[in-house]
Design a protein around this ligand. Structure first.
Ligand SMILES: [Zn+2]
Ligand SMILES: [Zn+2]
Length: 651
């Protein structure tokens, strides 16, 4: 029998008989590896462990360590789900069942929607099929036979998929679990070798779906599930989604009286008093960070003639995402979806010298994007929003220094919110505009800036925009979810389109480079992240109501109002609860509203001119003079975090 050479990831080469499988290769290396492997990368292509090797190839075994592995594992679990549904609901038609970022789903055509008891029964069946350790077998069928098979089985959707995806092929790849009587799916794979490998999975919920996601097509029922290599990981994930539900900003936003939505303004937030306070606190915080850093806050128009959008290129590429309006004299206008073009007009409004650069415009006015109403969700997918957006106009030589300053701003801001983050450098993509040297220069400056700022980063090669490299930031919230927020984006293209220039030291005209940057991203989305990160219990400096005065009885009202007034005059956001309720009831309510400090006023406090302090997190803190409370609160606000032993010791 002829032999072939197999090159392993460490560079070593093994001779094996032609027709050996990656599973054989794994077994020859070590039984442990054979047991851990679930798929293989053959010449970089993800394949089954059982696919015979016919020629010399590089082979890497995929174990539960690799990212691809979880994808294969979850896709295989989706097949197990479809097999279980096929068993329990004869006549159910299978659609598609991919792995997703968090698990998997499978779409079915069934006579009635699934109910929770169905999910339990299906999951039980899946466990049974997993315990039986049934083989996942790849079978190559003549295309005509596959079409006939699925047609006779009453699966027109699979017939359609085969027709669309394998036009011109004579054979198609199918997978069975055990054999074709039980379950067979048209699928390119790869899959785990057998169902016994699937150890930890859970069905989560169902939803309505449509064939190919189009509401004009066949309605379907989607079952969502998730799967992990170990039960420990699965349980941790389930706990996290439970926790995420409790923290859902849409629920907390309502409970805490921050904001609302109305069907007559889809995707646009109505901010109540407390929400507006939170919003303004963040807006002013950002102003306070940016002004000393050399930014000018500007306000450009919201509606522009289409000529602006034609110049920027948005008319051609982005018009569908914009709200278009007509002026009374029939001008075609568009609501701005981003601030950049307005800032370019402002930059170009006068002759700029190299001595003026960097020029930094910061703007918080509202932006509009015409998102489909179906994708709108809470504060995270909206039509109207504002950004902590700015554009820095710099010379080529200033890029590195400006980016370093930006990185330090990002470090400071996320530090103030106690958010962990990671930086990702996106470099030149395959198709790009501009000269190669310009790109190399820019990328080198970004890398140097990251190093000078002492910031670790992930290199995402080819992930830059076609007009310039960028640095994106993912923040991790208190329950471990990642959100992309800040971005620093170099742009060589817009200065060309808007013919931006400055006079250099050589008295000649030069093009500036534009850096688009945002740290929060959109205020709306950042507030959603903060609500969920803090679970609504904002630190004192952000809390819409920082303290609430709770008189025990009517006779304490006058002194309570006096305390309230003194706190308000000291700049604290203070409320008072004068209702005819028991003080314990008032405390419970303030606690539910997550007010950081409750100041209880009874006979003793009124006589001694003190307040009895309760903190949201630490309970009873004892009596304090009013001024002592004010000064401790100010210290905590300035520190932006809670003191470790409750309210700071007052002077
Ligand atoms: Zn599949
Ligand atoms: Zn921009």
């Amino acid at each position: 029998m002829s032999e072939i050479s197999v090159t392993l990831p460490d560079g070593s080469v093994r001779q094996v008989p032609a027709g050996s499988t990656p599973a054989d290769v794994a077994a020859a290396i070590s039984p442990r590896l054979a047991k851990a492997a679930i798929a293989a990368l053959v010449d970089g292509q993800l394949t089954d462990l059982t696919r015979p090797l016919t020629k010399d190839a590089s082979v890497a075994l995929v174990t539960d360590k690799g990212r691809e592995a979880l994808h294969v594992y979850r896709h295989s679990t989706a097949h197990l789900l479809a097999a279980a549904v096929t068993h329990l609901f004869p006549g159910a038609q299978c659609g598609i069942g991919p792995a997703t970022e968090d698990g998997f789903f499978y779409d079915f055509v069934v006579e009635r929607p699934f109910v929770p008891e169905d999910l339990e029964a299906i999951e039980r069946k899946m466990k049974e099929l997993a315990a039986a350790d049934l083989v996942y077998e790849r079978q190559i069928w003549p295309r005509e036979e596959a079409l006939r098979f699925f047609k006779e089985r009453g699966e027109p959707l699979k017939v359609q998929l085969i027709e669309e995806k394998t036009a011109g092929q004579s054979e198609v790849s199918c997978y069975t679990i055990k054999d074709r009587d039980l379950f067979v799916d048209f699928c390119v794979g790869p899959h785990v070798p057998s169902s016994g490998r699937l150890k930890a999975f859970k069905l989560l919920n169902t939803s309505n779906a449509y064939w190919k996601g189009d509401a004009k097509n066949q309605p379907m029922q989607r079952i969502y599930g998730t799967a992990f290599f170990t039960d420990k990981e699965l349980q941790a994930y389930l706990q996290r989604i439970e926790e995420a539900k409790k923290r859902d900003h849409r629920k907390l936003g309502r409970d805490l009286g921050l904001f609302m939505f109305h069907p007559w303004a889809p995707g646009a937030t109505f901010w109540f008093g407390k929400g507006t306070t939170l919003y303004n606190t963040l807006a002013n915080y950002m102003r306070g960070v940016l002004f000393p850093a050399g930014y000018q806050e500007v306000k450009a128009p919201i509606i522009f003639n289409k000529a602006l959008w034609e110049t920027s290129g948005h008319w051609e590429h982005y018009r569908d995402n914009m709200f278009l309006v007509q002026s009374s004299d029939d001008e075609e206008m568009g609501l701005k979806a981003m601030n950049c073009p307005g800032h370019f007009l402002m930059f170009a409004s006068e002759v700029r010298s190299y001595k003026d650069l960097p020029i930094r415009f910061h703007e918080q006015t509202p932006l509009h994007r015409n998102e489909a109403s179906g994708v709108l969700s809470g504060l995270t997918r909206v039509r109207q929003f504002s950004q902590d957006d700015a554009h820095c106009f710099v010379t080529q030589d200033q890029i590195g220094q400006e980016v370093e300053r930006l990185l330090r701003l990002v470090q400071r801001v996320y530090g103030d919110f106690g958010l962990q983050y990671e930086a990702k450098l996106g470099t030149r993509p395959a198709s790009y505009l501009g000269r190669l040297e310009t790109w190399n220069h820019a990328e080198a400056q970004l890398r140097d800036a990251l190093e000078r700022a002492g910031m670790a980063y992930v290199l995402n090669e080819g992930d830059g925009a076609f007009y310039g490299p960028k640095i994106d930031f993912d923040i991790t919230d208190a329950i471990g979810r990642k959100w992309q927020c800040a971005t620093i984006q170099l742009d060589y293209q817009m200065p060309e389109r808007f013919d931006l220039k400055y006079i250099g030291a050589d008295n000649a005209e030069h093009r500036p480079v534009v850096i688009h940057r945002a740290i929060f991203g959109s205020f709306e989305r950042f507030i959603a992240i903060l609500i969920e990160h803090y679970a609504g219990a904002f630190p004192l400096w952000l809390a819409p109501v920082q303290a609430i005065v709770l008189p025990i009885a009517d006779r304490h009202a006058a002194y309570a109002r006096d305390v309230r007034d003194r706190l308000a005059a000291a700049g604290l956001r203070v409320d008072i609860d004068e209702r005819q309720e028991k003080v314990n009831y008032k405390i419970r309510e303030a606690q539910l509203q997550k007010v950081p400090y409750m100041l209880v006023i009874g006979d003793r406090e009124a006589a001694e001119c003190t307040v009895a302090v309760r903190s949201r997190s630490g309970g009873d803190q004892g009596g304090r003079a009013v001024d002592a409370f004010i000064s401790a609160a100010r210290t905590e606000i300035a520190a932006k975090r809670e003191p470790e032993n409750g309210l700071a010791a007052a002077s």
